[in-house]
Design a protein around this ligand. Structure first.
Ligand code: KG4
Ligand code: ZN
Length: 401
């Protein structure tokens, strides 16, 4: 059995999870002891996107309360976790030299150190086997707060540290079943990872070998949703807003008659031979459409534009995924990342895999775990993580899978 405490701060969610893995190695099971997310969306909303230094400040403020919440929730769920009953947790005193070392680990996060010293240092070490942390990709200032926090915890509690690639988290998230268990995967698998910062098609071999077959040449799918939402005067993040509007239109027609003008957007790179994507042209097409329609008409036609935009993105993603799955004879197709919350994308991918690939299973991340959270980081640490010396771990904003 292995208990992992995972920390995720790559973007605008401060997240900590504690998960327990047990059972045979080829068919492991998971028990989620806690999965806490403290979202900063409200803070970044007015800027229409994530502001890195504000994200850093908020992570500093939220990490300690989020950890305490994760520990106490784990304590309530599992009697053997009594140590996490914060009211009863035995207190410890540590040597001054250790406090000074912790202060130097958190030298760039003074606000975090203050809370850490007051509320975490006195707690004795919880019963966990390792600490996992997202080291990249993501926003550098945000990543560093999480990494330094994890280093401080690992030092304080004497636990090994596992650096985790954020996209590996989104990849393994599709292994999770709705019921809470873990799915046994047949390899080779093909993963479509679609988030705010990335759009990737990844070939996954047994033993955790990844090969990126294609990625976006410009905007990521989620980024395109966010930018188009902005063009349409919708809120942030744009993905949920656009899909809510689009899904209100029931009929499945192809485009919409606006007088003589049809709302028809391009499907960029659908026919290119490679597995790369490009969404910035699609965003520009929406820009010109809104300009030509005029603000008033564009606002009236918003649901139709949203629907056509969503259809265009989903068309491209599904077509290329299916083509790659066929070429590489994938036995499993995985869908993960923030955009995997999109119902049309989930439905179309599942249906197309069932129709065109008879022996292939399509697994989508459970709704509610598609966005950033630390449970998927614990999962990736369990499957693919390697312990590393804390001094050797640093944030890498452009980390590759
Ligand atoms: O994975 P994620 O939470 O963060 C990153 O790692 O980037 O992805 C966030 C992205 C945002 O761009 C958001 O607009 C998009 O996921 N998103 C959606 C939906 N829900 C979230 N995009 C399309 N449809 C949705 N329902
Ligand atoms: Zn993400």
């Amino acid at each position: 059995m292995k208990r992992i405490l995972a920390i995720e701060t790559s973007c605008d969610e401060t997240a900590i999870a504690i998960a327990e893995f047990f059972g045979p190695k080829r068919k492991p099971q998971i028990r989620v002891l806690s999965n806490i997310i403290s979202s900063q969306v409200k803070i970044h909303e007015k800027f229409g996107g994530v502001v890195p230094n504000l994200a850093k400040r908020e992570h500093q403020r939220s990490l300690v309360p989020t950890l305490l919440q994760a520990l106490s929730e784990a304590g309530r769920k599992d009697l053997r976790f009594k140590i996490y009953d914060l009211r009863k947790t035995p207190k410890q005193k540590i040597p001054k030299s250790k406090v000074l070392n912790l202060k130097s680990v958190l030298a760039r996060e003074p606000e975090l150190f203050k809370q850490f010293n007051k509320r975490i240092v006195p707690l004795v070490s919880p019963k966990i086997d390792a600490i996992a942390v997202t080291y990249g990709p993501g926003l550098a200032p945000a990543l560093w707060v999480g990494v330094n926090f994890a280093r401080a915890l690992a030092y304080l509690w004497g636990k090994p540290l596992i650096p985790v690639n954020h996209m590996a988290g989104h990849l393994y998230s599709a292994f999770l079943q709705k019921s809470g268990g873990l799915q046994a995967i047949k390899f080779p698998a093909l993963a479509l990872l679609v988030s705010g910062g990335h759009t990737e098609l990844v070939l996954v071999g047994g033993g955790g070998k990844f090969k990126i077959l294609g990625e976006t040449l410009d905007d990521a799918a989620g980024e395109a949703f966010d930018k188009v939402a902005r063009l349409l005067g919708l809120g942030y993040p744009g993905g949920p807003e656009i899909s809510r509007l689009a899904d209100r239109l029931k009929s499945d027609f192809d485009g919409f008659e606006v007088g003589l003008q049809r709302i028809k957007l391009p499907r960029p790179m659908t026919n290119s031979k490679d597995y790369n994507f490009s969404f910035s042209g699609l965003k520009t097409a929406v820009f010109y459409l809104v300009r030509d329609l005029g603000v008033k008409r564009a606002k009236k036609l918003r649901p139709f534009i949203a629907k056509e935009f969503q259809d265009a993105v989903v068309d491209v993603l599904v077509k290329k995924t299916i083509r790659a799955a066929k070429e590489y004879k994938a036995k499993t197709v995985l869908l993960g990342g923030g955009v995997a919350a999109n119902k049309l994308l989930r439905r179309r991918l599942i249906r197309t895999v069932a129709r065109e690939l008879s022996n292939t299973e399509c697994l989508t991340v459970p709704l509610g775990l598609s966005g950033d959270n630390a449970l998927i980081i614990a999962l990736a640490a369990f499957f693919a993580g390697k312990k590393k010396a804390p001094s050797k771990i640093g944030a890498d904003a452009n980390a590759k899978l």
